[in-house]
Design a binder for this molecule. Structure first.
Ligand code: HEM
Ligand code: NAG
Ligand code: NAG
Length: 194
């Protein structure tokens, strides 16, 4: 009755670390399995920055870049080993997740690797001079409003994040000539009457 068998069952009663690992591992596996079954992804369809290793690394190290205009130009998506950055109002956002939009073949590739703040206000995409942070000649209120909305867009975007800052010397020479502004069609319902 007593003897080896008893000690054996005694050992079974103890809930060991191995058991915890087994249970947690099993639950994780089941979670991934059902997620795959229902959504064809292992994360229930979530694809945002919280499962992006680059973002997690940034959060852990709390590392912010501080780039010159020339340095920022390297991050235009041409070098696959570097992230893609865009500058807005002196802030640098990591938009690598949308290589299809900001990479060399993307519809908005001309915005990457620069601080084209002026363009976010005017929408004058055809004019190469507009791809600058020089806001001289624009209506101050309009520029402030548009830029803060764009900043908000990039900051709150599920896949993008604030990566740091860009150093911007005061603009010199003639500012770009005035152009007819184009309104961004999205996010404008609350000001629809303006
Ligand atoms: C001030 C003017 C404008 C600015 C600054 C602007 C900027 C942008 C930016 C930054 C994106 C990418 C958003 C993201 O990362 O998801 C975008 C997307 C888009 N914009 Fe514009 N845009 C402007 C005007 C327009 C106009 C007038 C149209 C259409 C006639 C347009 C059509 C689109 C479309 C279709 C997308 C989606 C592109 C894609 O997902 O590949 N935009 N815009
Ligand atoms: C970025 O670096 C420049 C030059 O070293 C410095 O003057 C500036 O304060 C820095 N900006 C930020 C936001 O750290
Ligand atoms: C991106 O920047 C690099 C280095 O400045 C440049 O050689 C390349 O032509 C740029 N690519 C695009 C698509 O503008």
């Amino acid at each position: 009755m007593a003897g080896p068998k008893r000690t054996n069952s005694g050992a079974r009663d103890a809930f060991t670390l191995i058991d915890i690992v087994r249970v947690v591992g099993g639950l994780l596996f089941l979670n991934a399995f059902f997620s795959w079954w229902f959504t064809s992804t292992s994360t229930w369809g979530y694809n945002g920055k919280w499962i992006n290793t680059q973002y997690l690394k940034h959060r852990l190290t709390n590392n912010y870049v501080n780039l010159t205009i020339d340095e920022l130009a390297l991050y235009n998506g041409s070098d696959m080993s570097l992230p893609i950055y865009i500058g807005v109002n002196g802030y640098v956002y990591d938009v690598t997740a949308s290589r299809g939009i900001y990479g060399p073949k993307g519809s908005y590739s001309k915005l990457s690797g620069k601080d084209a703040s002026r363009l976010y206000v005017t929408g004058c995409f055809m004019n190469p001079e507009e791809y600058t942070y020089d806001l001289r000649g624009l209506k101050e209120e309009e520029a402030k409003q548009e830029l803060s909305e764009w900043q908000q867009f990039f900051e709150e975007h599920p896949k993008y994040w604030l990566a740091g800052y860009v150093q911007r010397p005061d603009p010199v020479g003639e500012p770009p000539a005035p152009c007819e502004h184009i309104k961004f069609p999205g996010r404008r319902t609350k000001n629809a009457g303006n």
